[in-house]
Design a binder for this molecule. Structure first.
Ligand code: SIN
Length: 484
C-alpha cells in the first residue's frame, strides 16, 4: 500500500495504546476486491485479546470520564484535523480495501470527519435538566453520565464512517471503546486509530481488535465490564448480539439491514426522481443499508421513468476505483456477487424483464453489471431481500394506499424515499412510511446532523445528530432533600 504517510498502514491490532505484534499470531489476509490482490494481514485475535482490550478500556474509563466535555472535544477536534490532513491516504485505503471509486472514497472521508467535527462540539453540550419539585423541601435534577465501556462492531461498506459515527459520540460522552472492524476492511479503522493516538486519545480509550467475529463478538457481549454494544450490520447478526447481550442486560444500538422503498408518484418531477435514484441506488455500488431497494413507479409515468433510468444507468462506468472516470466499483467479495446474481436470476425466472445488465461484468472478478429490471413483482425475492448491489427493480403501482401498504409490507424499516409535488401528500406519506428516515424529493439525506437509524427489524438507536450522545449516556435522577 503506497501512502504519503506509510505509518497509516498498520497491520497490527491496537490495544491499550500498543500495536500488537503480528509475527506471533494467526493472521487474516485482506484482499483488494477490485483485483483480488493481497493488501496485507491483520492478526486473527480471539477471546483472550478481546478481554485484554476490554480491561484496558475499563482502566482508561475513570480518567477519560473525569475530563470535561470541552477537553474531550478538543481531542476529538485534533483527531478531526489529522484525518483531514491525511484525507488522500485514507481515501486510498478505503478504495483499496472496499473498492469504491477514489472520488467517492474522498467523499466518505469527509462524511467520516463530519462526525468528529460534530461530536467535538456536542461533547460540551451534554445537558441535564432541573425538574420542578413536587415538595417544597426537595430539588430535582436529571444528569447525563457515560455508560462506560462500549463494544463497537462495524460493517465493511463505510470503513471510515462507521468508525467515527460510533467512536466520536462514545468518546464525546466520556465512554471508552473496543472496536472490531470487518475482516474485509480493517485498515481504515487501524489508520484512524493511528491518527487518534497522534491526536492525544489516551491509551485504552479507543482499541481496535481484529479477528474472529464470533469469538470477539462473543466476548464483547458476554463480558460484564462492557455496558453497551453498538453494531452496524445484518439483521440476523443483530438478533444474535441481542440474544448474547441479554444475560448481562447490555444497552444496544443496532443499525441493521434495510429494504428501502423509493416511490415516484404521478405528480413527481420524473427527471429529478431519476437523478436522485441514481444517487441513492448506486452509491458504493448499491452496497449501503439505505440504498433504494424497491423502486415503485406510478403506472402513468412508469414507461417514461424506465426509459430515463435505463439511459442513465448506461452511462455508468464499472471498473477499478483507482482508474479515473470509474463510477462503480466491484462487489465486496464473491459472496456479495453471488447474492446479487441469485436475486436477479430469481426475478428473471419469475417474469422480470432485463432492460440493462443482468449479468456478471465482463471484467470478471467481483464485478456486476449495473442492472435495470422491469415488471418486478411481490413474488420475487428482491421484494423482500436487501439486494446490496447495483440493481434497479421497477415495481408498478396505481394508488397511494396500495403503494404505501406495499412499501410497509417488509419486516425492516430503515429508510424510505418518495417523490411528489403535492404538499398534503408529502406529509401524509412521510408520516405513513414505517421507516426511521424519509427522503422526500431527494436521494441523499446522510449527514452528521440528522438522526440516522431504523424502526422494526432495522434496529434501534440513533447515530449522529443532537440525539447521538444519548445512546452513550445514562440519565441519572438526583433528588436533593432537606433543602428548607
Ligand atoms: C450504511 O449503509 O451503513 C450507512 C449509509 C449512510 O450513512 O448513508
Amino acid at each position: 500500500m503506497k501512502l504519503d504517510d506509510p505509518q497509516l498502514y498498520r497491520q497490527r491490532a491496537y490495544i491499550n495504546g500498543n500495536w500488537t505484534d503480528v509475527g506471533v499470531q494467526e493472521v487474516i489476509e485482506v484482499h483488494n476486491p477490485a483485483t483480488g490482490e493481497s493488501l496485507g494481514f491483520v492478526p486473527d485475535l480471539g477471546q483472550v485479546e478481546t478481554a485484554q482490550a476490554i480491561e484496558a478500556a475499563e482502566a482508561a474509563f475513570p480518567a477519560w470520564k473525569a475530563k470535561t466535555g470541552k477537553e474531550r472535544g478538543e481531542i476529538l477536534r485534533r483527531w478531526h484535523d489529522l484525518v483531514m490532513a491525511h484525507i488522500d491516504d485514507l481515501a486510498m485505503i478505503i478504495t483499496l480495501e472496499n473498492g469504491k471509486p477514489l472520488e467517492e472514497a474522498r467523499g466518505e472521508v469527509l462524511y467520516a470527519v463530519s462526525f468528529l467535527d460534530w461530536f467535538a462540539e456536542e461533547a460540551r453540550r451534554q445537558y441535564g435538566d432541573v425538574i420542578p419539585q413536587t415538595r417544597g423541601d426537595q430539588r430535582l435534577f436529571a444528569i447525563r453520565q457515560p455508560v462506560g465501556v462500549c463494544g463497537a462492531i462495524i460493517a465493511w461498506n463505510f470503513p471510515c464512517t462507521l468508525v467515527t459515527r460510533k467512536v466520536a459520540p462514545a468518546l464525546a460522552a466520556g465512554c471508552t471503546v473496543v472496536l472490531r472492524p470487518a475482516d474485509q476492511t480493517p485498515f481504515s479503522a487501524l489508520a484512524l486509530a493511528e491518527l487518534a493516538e497522534r491526536a492525544g486519545v489516551p491509551a485504552g480509550v479507543f482499541n481496535v481488535i481484529t479477528g474472529n467475529p464470533r469469538t470477539i463478538g462473543g466476548e464483547l457481549t458476554a463480558n460484564k465490564t462492557v455496558s453497551k454494544i453498538t453494531f452496524t450490520g445484518s439483521t440476523p447478526v443483530g438478533r444474535l448480539l441481542m440474544e448474547q447481550s441479554a444475560p448481562t442486560v447490555k444497552r444496544l444500538s443496532l443499525e441493521l439491514g434495510g429494504n428501502a422503498p423509493f416511490i415516484v408518484f404521478e405528480d413527481a418531477d420524473v427527471k429529478k426522481a431519476v437523478d436522485n435514484l441514481m444517487v441513492s441506488k448506486f452509491r458504493n455500488a448499491g452496497q449501503t443499508c439505505v440504498c433504494a431497494n424497491r423502486v415503485f413507479v406510478h403506472d402513468s409515468i412508469y414507461d417514461e421513468f424506465a426509459h430515463q433510468v435505463t439511459a442513465k444507468v448506461g452511462e455508468l462506468k464499472v471498473g477499478n476505483g483507482l482508474e479515473t472516470d470509474v463510477t462503480i466499483g466491484p462487489m465486496i467479495d464473491d459472496k456479495g456477487l453471488l447474492k446479487v446474481s441469485e436475486l436477479v436470476q430469481d426475478a428473471i425466472d419469475k417474469g422480470a424483464r432485463v432492460l440493462m445488465g443482468g449479468n456478471r461484468h465482463a471484467l470478471g472478478g467481483n464485478y456486476y453489471e449495473p442492472t435495470v429490471l422491469t415488471d418486478v413483482s411481490q413474488e420475487m425475492d428482491v421484494a423482500r431481500k436487501e439486494i446490496f448491489g447495483p440493481v434497479v427493480t421497477l415495481f408498478r403501482f396505481k394508488s397511494e394506499d396500495e403503494v404505501v401498504a406495499e412499501a410497509n409490507s417488509v419486516e425492516t424499516g430503515l429508510a424510505g424515499y418518495f417523490f411528489s409535488q403535492d404538499v398534503a401528500r408529502v406529509w401524509r406519506v412521510a408520516e405513513a412510511l414505517e421507516v426511521g428516515i424519509v427522503g422526500v424529493n431527494t436521494g441523499m439525506f446522510s449527514n452528521e446532523v440528522g438522526p440516522f437509524g431504523g424502526v422494526k427489524q432495522s434496529g434501534f438507536g440513533r447515530e449522529g445528530s443532537r440525539y447521538g450522545l444519548d445512546d452513550f449516556s445514562e440519565l441519572k435522577y438526583i433528588c436533593l432533600g432537606d433543602v428548607e
